[in-house]
Design a protein around this ligand. Structure first.
Ligand code: CIR
Length: 255
């Protein structure tokens, strides 16, 4: 069960977020409304949501998932690989909030880089994508920290997607949404794999929150597959975040 979630209100300059998508720029006012609806869906799923104030000078700062890993035992502040995002991990209100919830707060150090969108938690084990943002050194540091707390980790090289969780979502109960390059990855062979079609690949970025799964709006096949597993689905429109490569998981820390 998750009890707590941390989010950050989008920056006024969210339209300047890093992107590889060709879908135009996010509209700030619309992003704000979508973010409010996201918080409402999380609240409905029974978690307490801590809403951090906007940090206008960081266009991508609403994607708080990337700046920390929140485990059962400790929080780990990351060191983002994107240079424009590096200082997001040092924002004082985020650090203060993590210390409020955790006795143990660790930190990834130079030359390690890691963004926690590359980390998927499955119980006490953590899959860590090696991506353009997360390097081997960052993954090694993360695994050492996890092991210090009786947790474990392993790396997964990425070829196509931005972050590991762009193409994978663990929905608990051994259920794993898999898209694209992960469909035949032997590391995930023992999961109950729910394959996402290429035309709905973005829809693989869902989040499990207690009895609910939040699913992005506009992915009916993904929605049906998740409902067929017995989950209660909450649909959230993320169109503005999609324009800058963001999705449901990126917008929160859940623990
Ligand atoms: C970035 O490129 O860093 C942002 N525009 C999107 C971050 C998405 N975060 C995530 O997948 N965890």
């Amino acid at each position: 069960m998750f009890k707590n979630v941390i989010v950050r209100i989008p920056s006024k300059h969210v339209s300047d977020g890093i992107t590889s998508a060709n879908e135009g720029k996010p509209i700030y006012e619309k992003a704000l409304v979508q973010h409010e609806n996201y918080v409402s869906a999380l609240t409905k799923a029974g978690v307490d949501v801590t809403v951090l104030k906007p940090e206008d000078e960081f266009p991508d700062s609403c994607f708080v998932e990337d700046v920390a890993l929140c485990t059962k035992k400790c929080a780990i502040i990351t060191r983002p690989g994107a240079s424009s995002r590096r200082e997001e991990a040092a924002l004082p209100d985020m650090i203060k909030t993590l210390h409020h919830f955790y006795t143990h707060v660790e930190q990834i150090k130079e030359p390690g880089t890691i963004e926690a969108g590359d980390i998927m938690m499955v119980g006490d084990h953590f899959y860590i994508g090696l991506s353009a943002r997360t390097n081997q050194e960052g993954a090694n540091q993360m695994i050492s920290i996890l092991e210090k707390y009786g947790l474990s980790g392993e790396t997964v090289p990425l070829k196509e997607v931005l972050h590991l969780k762009t193409g994978l979502a663990y929905l608990e109960n051994n259920n794993l949404l898999v898209a694209g390059e992960f469909k035949n990855d032997p590391r995930f062979a023992d999961f109950n794999k729910v394959e996402i079609d290429p035309d709905e690949a973005y829809g693989a970025n869902c989040i499990w929150v207690n009895d609910y799964v939040l699913v992005p709006e506009g992915y009916p096949k993904v929605q049906k597959k998740i409902e067929a597993l017995g989950y209660k689905v909450l649909i959230v429109d993320t169109s503005e975040f999609r324009k800058i490569d963001g999705g449901l998981s990126c917008l929160s820390l859940r623990f």
